[in-house]
Design a binder for this molecule. Structure first.
Ligand code: SAM
Length: 324
């Protein structure tokens, strides 16, 4: 037997996320004209079930809301900000922002993922006229890609502080407000490794006293019967999730920020977010797209995912993410 490559299984999860996003876009849940350029053979992909489409929508809407608010505050206060997406996979957020109302506020956008993932993404970007047009200029790239404000960087987030410094110093300006996005990635690493990543950023930005925000999206609360099914499904695909173990409730998710140097932290389940962040007419619109017979089943699924967010540095705008 050849030992299965655990990291290869983790990288595979990007395909799930991208195909789910493509499906939600094709079914009209969300608007994303870019994702089809990043999914291989996009036109041949089968749509995902309604439950997955709704979940993908709620997750995206939650992170969109936090990012939008961050950009709005930066618009008013500093005129410039940076966003760093860790474990970015095939995410299209850069193109959505770069083609949106806050494009001038975004000074730098960095994505980090395993080299296998960044190489593939860099290739897709170079192949797509539409993605390339938004990047503009001369697109350089192999395992990394640099074009204008956009930087796609290969790296293993478990690399430790010295390697993180080597990767990011020179690209990130420590005097600009910076938002970190960890969308379904910290769960794949042991807590000591993810804490080290959060601490590195807190340290990097602490001297300038510039606001540092972070958003984490994650599965959690996996102790009950449904959670155990989620864990065993992942295990059958050789995906282990050591980063889920300590996070049994929302308090624990918030505590992660406080114990790594952030000053404030909030957490909410996707179930709560669907109920309270999404406008009634938007929920109405979604309910017309596809038949979803069991709201209880949807809520059970959404209770096993959470968004948490924290803010570090004095003088930071406490109104960011000021829900709940
Ligand atoms: N954030 C994207 C999204 O939400 O669409 C992708 C999510 S996907 C479930 C997880 C991503 O995290 C994969 O692209 C995987 O390669 C990346 N990842 C997991 N562990 C990583 C690590 N140690 N270093 C770098 N990337 C990692």
């Amino acid at each position: 037997h050849i030992a299965p490559d655990a990291d290869a299984s983790i990288r595979e999860t990007d395909n799930d996320a991208a195909v789910a996003r493509l499906s939600a876009a094709q079914k009209g849940y969300l608007h994303d004209p870019y994702i089809r350029h990043l999914v291989p053979r996009a036109h041949l992909q089968q749509p995902r079930p309604p439950l997955i489409n709704v979940g993908t929508y709620v997750r995206g809407a939650a992170i969109d809301a936090l990012v939008e608010q961050w950009l709005q505050i930066a618009d008013k206060k500093t005129k410039k900000c940076q966003i760093v997406s860790l474990g970015a996979g095939s995410d299209t957020r850069f193109w959505r922002i770069a083609n949106g109302t806050h494009k001038d506020t975004l000074a730098t956008y960095v994505e980090v993922d395993f080299p296998e993932v960044t190489t593939r993404k860099a290739m897709s970007i170079r192949k797509s006229k539409e993605l390339g047009a938004i990047l503009g200029g001369d697109i350089q790239g192999g395992t990394a890609l640099h074009a204008g404000k956009y930087h796609l960087l290969p790296g293993d987030l478990r690399m430790g502080p010295t390697a993180l410094s080597t990767l990011l110093t020179g690209i990130l300006d420590s005097s600009l407000p910076t938002l970190l996005l960890f969308e379904c990635v910290l769960v794949y690493m042991v807590p000591s490794a993810s804490d080290a990543v959060l601490r590195w950023f807190v340290d990097y930005f602490s001297d300038a006293k510039t606001p540092l925000g972070a958003v984490v999206y994650e599965m959690f609360n996996l102790e009950d019967a449904f959670g155990k099914v989620m864990v065993s499904n992942l295990k059958s695909r050789n995906v282990s999730i050591p980063g889920a173990e300590p996070y049994r409730n929302l308090e624990a998710l918030s505590q992660r920020f406080l114990s790594t140097g952030f000053n404030t932290a909030h957490s909410e389940t996707l179930r709560e977010i669907r109920r309270t962040w999404i406008a009634p007419d938007e929920l109405e619109r979604l309910s017309m797209l596809e038949m979803l017979d069991e709201i209880e089943e949807l809520e059970l699924v959404l209770e096993h995912y959470a968004v948490s967010w924290g803010l570090a540095a004095s003088g930071a705008d406490a109104s960011w993410g000021g829900w709940g």
